[in-house]
Ligand binder design. Structure first.
Ligand SMILES: [Zn+2]
Length: 244
């Protein structure tokens, strides 16, 4: 027993040593300004992290995320961590997560969101996490669902299970609209289906997504999940676009 503990700590030391050697030759860079990261910095250097456009919505009742859904779907609470800024750090983070295979961005957001929700009284009655599903074809093309690492990290921090297979995506159609919430945009009609309306009866679901723009995707998902009797839905997204 003691022998295996000693062996375990030696392995850990060796791993840390190898990591620091690797870091010496291939230093990790800030995702935004490309400066070398210090040992305790993750993804972004402290200066860039300091400039993140944080929303501070978690503890705010009637925050702008909740306002989007008012009169559209009944939700309990909603929040987002950052404002989306064109050519800003938040856009860059999402771009790396969705198109560059950087699932560690999801871990970064998951850890952060997990810490915020854990402290929040508003989100204290959650039971399960469900992520907005990707169509199987898109998942095959991208190789991963960009929400997986986010949801898994949230699950670890909040001690809640991620439930798969209840909400599925069945199709998408696109059309151009003239005036939306933020002027011209492509109207994307996404169709989801709730496969099982029994096993989550009476549960409080945290539905998670990456970016909220018009709220159409989360609205469609929430409407499907509301087919489950006595269910309650709250929403958490990494980023919200407020049109700036
Ligand atoms: Zn930086």
């Amino acid at each position: 027993m003691i022998y295996s503990l000693v062996l375990g700590s030696q392995k850990l030391l060796l791993l840390k040593f190898l990591q620091s050697i690797l870091n010496l030759f291939y230093p990790k860079q800030c995702l935004h300004c490309h400066r070398h990261l210090l040992a305790d910095e993750v993804l972004l250097c402290s200066a860039c992290r300091h400039h993140l456009p944080e929303t501070g919505f978690c503890e705010r009742t009637d925050n702008p995320v909740e306002t989007i859904f008012k009169g559209r779907v009944p939700i309990i609470q909603a929040t987002a961590l950052l404002f989306f800024r064109k050519k800003g750090i938040s856009q860059e983070l999402i771009h790396h997560l969705k198109y560059k295979g950087r699932q560690d961005v999801g871990v970064f957001f998951g850890k952060w969101m997990g810490a915020e929700l854990k402290q929040s009284k508003r989100f204290s009655s959650l039971d399960v996490i469900i992520k907005v599903p990707l169509h199987p074809k898109k998942k095959k093309l991208r190789g991963y669902n960009q929400l997986t690492s986010f949801a898994e990290e949230l699950s670890k921090n909040l001690y809640l299970p991620v439930v798969e297979g209840i909400l599925i995506k069945v199709g998408t159609s696109t059309s151009q609209t003239k005036k939306g919430r933020f002027g011209r945009f492509e109207k994307i009609d996404e169709k989801f289906h709730c496969k099982d309306t029994k096993s989550l009866r009476g549960k409080h679901i945290l539905l998670v997504d990456d970016v909220i723009t018009t709220g159409a995707t989360l609205e469609a998902c929430t409407n499907e999940l509301l087919k489950i009797p006595e269910v309650r839905i709250s929403l958490a997204a990494m980023v919200i676009s407020d049109g700036q």
